[in-house]
Design a protein around this ligand. Structure first.
Ligand code: UDP
Ligand code: MG
Length: 323
């Protein structure tokens, strides 16, 4: 028996995994079993071997135990349990590091990205595309505020970044092994995975899908986190905010050059313009404000530079998969 056990184990190791599905988990205990069931069901007809990497991003609602249970029952489920909450983007990164499959898929754990779409993405992959991103043609069950800010976000990012990051596209995507191997060499700490996966190039294509409402629980992306994500996206892929400061500098300097002779002329001609403190005060406050904002923008970049320089590990794993 020991021999057969050994043989079957060997076979399992030898068997190449086709799909690595990465799901970042932050307090999603009520979604986990359904997520697992839907993924099993969706990939069943396909027959190709897969693994499900559940990255627990410091959950406090019992998700961790649920992940352990799933992994115990099915060895295709591989748990990566963080020592604390590191954030969605970092959880995805850990998934890349642990994935062994030929195609790597990132999916939300709340079933907003239907697992059935994975096969549609895989279809394009088999046609030779190396990055297949899922485009949110429709979003159900989300507030107008979320949809509005998301839409605005995608369009601003598209306009000001140097990389053409497809609009209305989240992290739900399939990437070829080649692409993931490149991404693993990008050590940046303030990450925007969608941007990174656009930046690498390769053959990319979008597939439309209907984003479903959350299966259970509430969003883990409050406005504060969305803002942080937007800042990371902009600073990681653009110098535009820094250039805005330069533009403002030239603009107000130009204005002053025009205004100085005008004011001198008006004074000489005895026309009482620009008297009183208010004018001065407004000008000083306005320019002071512009300068402080510019300083803040500069600070965002410098702070990120400092974080990079410290070179701390991106994440800390408390408990990894057994194989
Ligand atoms: N998530 C995470 N860490 C966080 C916040 C979110 O791993 O700090 C996960 C979350 O569990 C989910 C995915 O990221 O699987 C997307 O989050 P959510 O559904 O809350 O975002 P939304 O769809 O509302 O934008
Ligand atoms: Mg969601």
């Amino acid at each position: 028996r020991a021999q057969t056990d050994f043989d079957s184990k060997k076979d399992h190791c030898k068997m190449k995994i086709t799909y690595s599905i990465i799901a970042p988990i932050y307090n999603e205990s009520d979604n986990l079993s359904e997520l697992y069931r839907r993924i099993c069901e969706a990939l069943q007809p396909n027959g190709e071997p897969w693994e499900l990497i559940l990255v627990d991003d410091g959950s406090t609602d019992g998700s961790t135990d649920k992940i352990r249970e799933l992994a115990q029952a099915d060895r295709r489920v591989r748990p990566v349990i963080f020592a604390r909450n590191f954030g969605h983007q970092i959880a995805i990164t850990a998934g890349w590091d642990y994935a062994r499959g030929q195609a790597v898929i990132i999916i939300d754990a709340d079933l907003q990205d239907p697992p059935e779409v994975i096969l549609e993405l895989a279809q394009k992959w088999k046609e030779g595309y190396e990055v297949v991103y899922a485009v949110r043609a429709e979003r159900a069950g989300e507030s107008w505020f979320k949809r509005f800010t998301a839409s605005l976000f995608y369009r601003i990012i598209y306009r000001i970044t140097d990389v053409k990051i497809p609009v209305d596209t989240g992290d739900f995507r399939l990437m070829d092994r080649k692409v993931v191997d490149v991404l693993k060499q990008m050590p940046e700490r303030h990450r925007f995975p969608r941007g990174m996966s656009a930046w690498v190039g390769f053959r990319q294509i979008g597939v439309n899908y209907k984003r479903a409402p959350r299966y259970a629980g509430v969003t883990k992306y409050p406005f504060r986190k969305m803002l942080k994500l937007a800042l990371n996206a902009i600073t990681s892929f653009s110098y535009f905010p820094l250039q805005v400061a330069t533009f403002f500098g030239f603009f107000s300097a130009g204005l002053a050059i025009l205004a100085i002779p005008l004011v001198i002329y008006l004074r000489m001609a005895g026309i009482p313009q620009f008297t009183g403190q208010a004018t001065t005060l407004i000008a000083v406050l306005f320019l002071g404000g512009v300068q402080l904002i510019s300083l803040g923008i500069l600070g965002e970049y410098v702070g990120r530079l400092y974080d990079e320089a410290k070179g701390r590990p991106l994440y800390i794993v408390r408990e990894g998969p057994k194989d």
